[in-house]
Design a protein around this ligand. Structure first.
Ligand code: URP
Ligand code: ZN
Ligand code: ZN
Ligand code: ZN
Length: 490
């Protein structure tokens, strides 16, 4: 059945117009003021009134970890619970990470993630892939998974989690060079994992075993150092770089400096870092403190969340994600006597859109177009699925949210749709509520009710050599050609 969204304000990243939107067979087929439904459809369509509402592209969360096996546990938001929560919050596409253990081939891991995700996803999804070690086979398989039948166009490197996912600088550099050759974006978790491992030992030896040890073992300087190293190596490899979960002012400053010097680098703050600070780690309530543990940690500087939003507003940071990777309180208790064993990760996929609206638009820092840019369009551009995703336009997928900018809701674990039992935004009152979420033309969230089916989401294959990311790379490669001096006449 067709859907007609009437009387709303359509918001894209570059315009806001009064227009009606007609949807048929999962696509947007007309966007016009005072739209007249064509004769052939006039008997069979449903009307949604969007008076005083914004009609925006569904959110794209480019960084999630649904059902990730990590630190001895498996994240409880699986591809079903996690994508339901996404839709309830106005996010209609996620990009999750295949993370192969060091001993696994990329192809095996890819198959595993597809087997997990395909039958469960309720919204569209794509995959990014981590490279956790380096050898010839990995290099070969990186190329294979960028083919359309696999659809990967970005690879992530961990500079933290020593002995688990962490790569050495040599491995990272080889991986970045390979990314550049095959037209894939390099992504990085930037923290100095070796120094963190030393600091963890020191703190445990001093008897600091609680969650406060997590933040003290990961000073912000170690995020800034690794971010600087990652940007430097990416420039040397002539590879565009995307820094995931930028959590501190220092890391954000490094990204801006490298951009100023010509680097192609994107910075992604996450909902947790925009909505919370690291004072929670010093709570006397162990569970409360542990529930906020993720890496890099929330910043201990309480002014960081608002600064990260300022940097999104002025374009020094580029888009928002969540790093959604949830563990229950009982799973977090694995580290009751040793903070290094507390599974790392927090929620975000359901609340990101509202948190960004509250901290960005409601606070007056950004306008609704910038909101669309940093929650949807920029991700679609960077990951090469724009304008199919990230835009309200004829021909785009009908991933649409009818957004009430003035309604409020109070975030709580009692009412959220995540599978875990803690919400880091508990009690936050947010303006900006997704009243209706439409995924590929189907209404899946309507005034607080979900209507989803496991497996209804589709896998989105992301092509390499994205123009938005790669267009300057060939010219730079020519400029970087090594010089050889001919001395044959001597
Ligand atoms: O603590 C976090 N961030 N958990 C998920 C894994 C990662 O580092 O992205
Ligand atoms: Zn990470
Ligand atoms: Zn607290
Ligand atoms: Zn992550």
């Amino acid at each position: 059945m067709a859907l007609l969204i009437k009387n709303g304000t359509v918001v894209n990243d570059d315009l806001m117009i009064k227009a009606d939107v007609l949807v048929l067979d999962g696509k947007i087929i007309m966007v016009e003021e005072n739209l007249v439904v064509p004769e052939n459809l006039s008997k069979d369509y449903q009307i949604y009134d969007a008076t005083d509402r914004l009609v925006i592209p569904g959110g794209i969360d480019p960084h999630t970890h649904m059902q990730l096996p990590f630190m001895g546990e498996v994240a409880v938001d699986d591809f079903y619970a996690g994508t339901r929560a996404a839709l309830a919050g106005g996010t209609t596409m996620i990009i999750d990470f295949v993370i192969p253990p060091k001993t696994s081939s990329l192809l095996e891991a890819y198959k595993q993630w597809r087997d997990w995700a395909d039958p469960k996803v309720c919204c569209d999804y794509a995959l990014s892939m981590a490279v956790t070690t380096w050898n010839e086979q990995i290099s070969e398989e990186m190329k294979i998974v960028t083919e359309p039948s696999f659809g990967i166009n970005s690879f992530k490197f961990f500079l933290a989690y020593k002995n688990v996912f962490m790569v050495t600088d040599e491995e990272f550099f080889q991986g970045l060079k390979r990314c550049a050759q095959i037209g894939a974006l390099g992504r990085v978790h930037a923290e100095n994992g070796s120094v963190i491992a030393e600091k963890q030992k020191e703190l445990l030896e001093m008897g600091i075993t609680g969650p406060e040890g997590h933040t003290q073992s990961r000073p912000e300087e170690l995020e800034a150092e690794a971010t600087n190293r990652a940007c430097t190596l990416a420039s040397q490899a002539n590879c565009p770089l995307y820094v995931v979960h930028v959590m501190s002012k220092g890391a954000a400053k490094v990204i801006a400096e490298h951009r100023q010097n010509g680097a192609i680098v994107f910075g992604e703050p996450i909902a947790a870092g925009l909505g919370c600070d690291g004072t929670h780690y010093y709570s006397k309530d162990w569970m409360h403190a542990a529930a906020h543990i993720l890496s890099p940690p929330l910043s201990r500087d309480p002014t960081t969340p608002s600064t990260l939003m300022d940097l999104l507003a002025c374009g020094q940071l580029h888009l928002t994600a969540t790093d959604n990777c949830t563990f229950t309180c009982s799973q977090k208790k694995l580290g009751l006597n040793d903070f290094t064993k507390i599974p790392n990760g927090v929620n975000g996929v359901e609340d990101r859109m509202s948190v960004v609206w509250e901290k960005g638009v409601h606070s007056g820092k950004i306008d609704p177009m910038k909101f669309v840019s940093i929650t949807s369009t920029t991700a679609a551009r960077i990951f090469n699925c724009y304008p199919r995703k990230g835009r309200i336009a004829v021909g785009s997928d009908a991933d649409i949210v009818i957004w009430n900018p003035s309604a409020t809701r109070t975030i709580s674990a009692q009412t959220h749709h995540h599978a875990n039992d803690f919400n880091i935004f508990e009690g936050m009152i947010v303006h900006g509520v997704p009243e209706i979420t439409i995924s590929r033309g189907k209404v899946v969230w309507e005034y607080g009710e979900l209507n989803v089916e496991a497996g209804n989401g589709k896998f989105i294959s992301l092509p390499p050599f994205c123009n938005y990311v790669f267009s300057a790379i060939p010219a730079r490669a020519r400029k970087m050609q090594p010089i050889s001096v001919d001395r044959s006449n001597i």
